[in-house]
Write a protein that binds this ligand. Structure first.
Ligand code: PMP
Length: 290
C-alpha cells in the first residue's frame, strides 16, 4: 500500500510519524473519513471543507490548499487502485516539544490512507441494528465542540466500549442536558409521520456529511425536515429511527434501550433513503480517472 505522507507517496512501512508528533502526544489534529464508490470519491469537497473548518477552530495550519489536497486524494486512490474503499485524511499538529504549546510545532503532518472498508454485516441493513444509550455523555460544545472532527476521540471511544460491553455495535449519546446528541460514530434521525427530525449540531453532534445529504434527499421526498431538540422519548416512540455516517451510510435502528422502534423492522422511509443515498454516492463527488 502507498500512503500519502507530507507531499509524497511512500510505502506503508515507511509511513511513520515521530513520537514527538502532537497528534500522538495530545490528540492534537483533525481527520476525515470519506468513501469511494465505483471510482467516485463521494462528497470529497464537503469532506475537505469540513477538515479545513475543524483545523481553523484549532488554529491548525494545514499548509496545503484545498485543491492540492483534493488532487493528492485522487492520486493516493489511483496509486492504490482503490475504486471502492475508504479514505482517511489525518492532519496532525506535527513535531513539537513535550509541552502542549502548539506554536512550537513547526509544520503539520498530512496523511492520506486509501484502503478497503469493513462494513456492518448485511443482516443489519436488512433487519436494523439494536442500540443502547451510553452513560458517557457527549462532550459539551463549550469544552470541545463535537463539530470539530479532532483526533481526540476518547469521548466516543468510551461510549463505544459501553456499546460493545452491552453486546451491541453502536450506542446513542446524550448531551449534558440529557438531550439526544448523536451516536458514537453516526448521526441519529427520527421519523414520525411525514416528519424527519435530527438534533441541531449545538446539541452536541458532528455536522455529518451523510446527515446533510439525507436531509436533502428527504426534502426531495416532500418530507418535513427539521433540526429538533429531542429527548429519548421522541426516539422510543418514533415510527422509525436510523443512523447516518460515511461508513454506515443509512442504517435502521430496530431497538433502542430494549424498546422496539415501530414494529422493530426497518421502516419504509429508512428503506427509501437507503436506496436514494446509494444512488447519490456514485455520482456526487470527485471522479478518479484510472
Ligand atoms: N458523528 C460522529 C461522532 C462521527 O464520527 C461521524 C463519522 N464521521 C458521524 C457523526 C457521521 O458523519 P459523516 O456522515 O460525515 O460520516
Amino acid at each position: 500500500m502507498k500512503i500519502f505522507l507530507n507531499g509524497e507517496l511512500v510505502d506503508e512501512k515507511d509511513a511513520v510519524v515521530s513520537v514527538f508528533d502532537h497528534g500522538l502526544l495530545y490528540g492534537d489534529g483533525v481527520f476525515e473519513g470519506t468513501r469511494v464508490y465505483d471510482g467516485n470519491i463521494a462528497f470529497l469537497e464537503e469532506h475537505i471543507d469540513r477538515l479545513f473548518e475543524s483545523a481553523k477552530v484549532l488554529m491548525l495550519d494545514i499548509g496545503m490548499t484545498q485543491e492540492a489536497l483534493i488532487q493528492a486524494t485522487v492520486d493516493t486512490c489511483k496509486a492504490n487502485g482503490i475504486e471502492n474503499g475508504y479514505i482517511r485524511h489525518v492532519v496532525t499538529r506535527g513535531i513539537g516539544t513535550l509541552g502542549i504549546n502548539p506554536y512550537l510545532c513547526e509544520k503539520s503532518s498530512i496523511i492520506i490512507i486509501a484502503a478497503n472498508i469493513k462494513l456492518y454485516p448485511q443482516e443489519m441493513y436488512d433487519n436494523g441494528m439494536r442500540i443502547v444509550t451510553a452513560g458517557t455523555l457527549r462532550n459539551m460544545p463549550e469544552a470541545l465542540n463535537p463539530r470539530v472532527k479532532s483526533l481526540n476521540y476518547l469521548n466516543n471511544v468510551m461510549a463505544k466500549i459501553e456499546a460493545i460491553n452491552a453486546g451491541v455495535m453502536e450506542c446513542l449519546m446524550l448531551n449534558p442536558q440529557g438531550y439526544v446528541a448523536e451516536a458514537s460514530g453516526d448521526n441519529v434521525f427520527a421519523v414520525k409521520g411525514n416528519k424527519l427530525m435530527t438534533p441541531p449540531t449545538w446539541c452536541g453532534a458532528l455536522e455529518g456529511i451523510t446527515r446533510n445529504k439525507v436531509m436533502d434527499l428527504a426534502r426531495q421526498m416532500d418530507m418535513e425536515v427539521s433540526e429538533t431538540v429531542m429527548t429519548r422519548y421522541e426516539l422510543w416512540t418514533a415510527d422509525e429511527v436510523f443512523l447516518t455516517g460515511t461508513a454506515a451510510e443509512v442504517i435502521a435502528v430496530s431497538e433502542l434501550d430494549k424498546r422496539p422502534i415501530g414494529n422493530g423492522k426497518p421502516g419504509p422511509v429508512t428503506n427509501q433513503l437507503i436506496e436514494a443515498y446509494r444512488k447519490l454516492v456514485v455520482s456526487d463527488g470527485v471522479r478518479i480517472n484510472f
